[in-house]
Design a protein around this ligand. Structure first.
Ligand SMILES: NC(=O)c1ccc[n+]([C@@H]2O[C@H](COP(=O)([O-])OP(=O)(O)OC[C@H]3O[C@@H](n4cnc5c(N)ncnc54)[C@H](OP(=O)(O)O)[C@@H]3O)[C@@H](O)[C@H]2O)c1
Length: 249
């Protein structure tokens, strides 16, 4: 039976590939992102490439508390419970500098753009989740080995790990699984503003055991598994997917 799946950050990169994978699985998918035009293009692209795709856009900034009500109203209008919530929305803050105020701005921005969008989406939708459903948050290899700038991005991603464990315990009695996916470098996304210097990209690929960058579809497949009956006993885990760039910890 078709489920209702909500993917935030679905207009580009990993979120877009994830929305596509669920559409291929014949689920109904609500795609959420801020920029309306890019989101609409993503939905059109999906509808054209997946025969029978049941996909809809919702333009929202998930770091804003007010978005919770808008998201809830849209879900209620479908009359369906949420079978899967995949919180891909996130971004890397621009490094500001080493002055205290600059560092503070970078850390606040990292938290606002990587923690709050997941918290708003999850807390809005918990009452509307189907028992037995799944929640997936998106961490990063940076949570384990640090990030550029002064480290705010990696720290914000690590904050999600704690949230995963709290949610898994809270929602376990309803059969809802909660996990995070922590990808290594994934090519073909807009996360680095489309311009990752070639030398840095080569270095990131050399660090993998498989000697290739991840692709959005690699990450999407893991999201689908975590939201499947087959993956139903996996909960409260941070799943690293990085081609062996960082050995399992
Ligand atoms: N790419 C990588 O190498 C990599 C590695 C590790 C972890 N990750 C994580 O994986 C997730 C997806 O990354 P990606 O590479 O696919 O990035 P991306 O290509 O830049 O896509 C990010 C998506 O999130 C949306 N978004 C950002 N902030 C939002 C907000 N406040 N509310 C709603 N939507 C928002 C963006 O659209 P709008 O800007 O229009 O809102 C876009 O659809 C992120 O959490 C990222 O940190 C990525």
């Amino acid at each position: 039976m078709s489920r209702l799946i909500v993917v935030t950050g679905a207009s580009a990169g990993i979120g877009k590939a994830t929305a596509k994978r669920f559409a291929e699985n014949k689920d109904k998918v609500l795609l959420v992102a801020r920029g309306e035009q890019r989101l609409r293009r993503a939905v059109e692209e999906l509808a054209a490439s997946v025969p029978g795709a049941d996909v809809e856009p919702l333009a929202l900034d998930m770091s804003e508390a007010a978005s919770a009500d808008v998201l809830r109203d849209r879900i209620r209008a479908t009359g369906l419970p949420v079978g899967g919530l995949l919180c891909c929305a996130g971004s890397v803050p621009s490094p500001g500098g080493r002055e205290v105020t600059q560092v503070l701005t970078e850390w606040q921005e990292a938290y606002r753009s990587n923690v709050l969008p997941s918290v708003v989406a999850v807390e809005a939708l918990i009452p509307l989740m189907a028992d037995g459903g799944s929640i997936v948050l998106y961490s990063s290899i940076a949570a384990y080995r640090g990030s550029s700038g002064t480290g705010g991005y990696g720290a914000a991603k690590a904050a999600l790990h704690s949230y995963v464990h709290v949610l898994a315990t809270r929602l376990g009695p309803r059969g809802i699984s909660v996990n995070a996916i922590a990808p290594g470098y994934v090519a073909g996304t807009d996360l680095f503003g489309g311009v990752l210097p070639a030398a840095r990209e080569s270095r990131l690929i050399r660090q993998t055991a498989l000697k290739r960058a991840g692709e959005p579809a690699d990450i999407a497949e893991l999201g689908l598994y975590l939201c499947s009956a087959a993956g139903g006993y996996v909960t409260s885990q941070i799943l690293q997917i990085n081609g062996g760039a960082l050995h399992g910890v």
